[in-house]
Design a protein around this ligand. Structure first.
Ligand code: FES
Length: 168
């Protein structure tokens, strides 16, 4: 009850929440900032999930059900990926210039999945985001919530093998 009256604390210390908070503040922390806030959230994280939506609801003082309604109504928004693990590749300008497309290609070669897809065994979902706000570290990938900057295809492959528990 009154979920939207909860404290407006971001779900974690992740710096990306500052980008979303700034977007909401710029629009007066009011209901009309909702779609913009969801865009900014998706761009920064690659997908939306319950803790984040709860934070946005509290910040904009609107019921969580309405925030969910908007998040699920528009095809543009993606809710938390179904895979056990999530790898979000930033495809913003800085990361793109530094090789984001190669990272996506190497993931496809190794795991057979493209952005927006989950491996058939449900272990890994691949997503893209537009900017994590860490352009100085480009190219940037977030694996299970860990931001990894200046990543190479080799390091990314190793990292994915590790989270997926593949030998080698
Ligand atoms: S463009 Fe990738 S972190 Fe900004």
């Amino acid at each position: 009850m009154f979920a939207y009256l909860q404290k407006c604390e971001p779900p974690s210390n992740d710096k990306r929440w500052k980008i979303i908070a700034a977007t909401m503040r710029k629009l007066g922390n009011e209901r009309q900032a909702l779609i913009e806030a969801l865009h900014s959230y998706q761009q920064a994280f690659g997908y939306l999930d319950k803790p984040g939506l709860t934070y946005i609801a509290a910040s904009l003082k609107i019921p969580l059900s309405q925030v969910y309604g908007a998040a699920t109504f528009y095809n543009h928004f993606t809710m938390k990926p179904q895979g056990e693990h999530a790898c979000v590749v930033c495809t913003g300008t800085a990361c793109y210039i530094k090789g984001a497309a190669d990272l996506l290609k190497s993931i496809f070669n190794a795991e057979g999945v493209k952005p927006g897809e989950t491996t058939p065994d449900g272990r890994l979902s691949i997503l893209t985001a537009r900017c994590f706000g860490a352009c100085g570290l480009a190219p940037v990938v977030v694996v299970d919530g860990d931001v990894v900057g200046r990543i190479t295809t080799d390091v990314l492959e190793q990292r994915l093998r590790k989270v997926l528990g593949h030998a080698g």
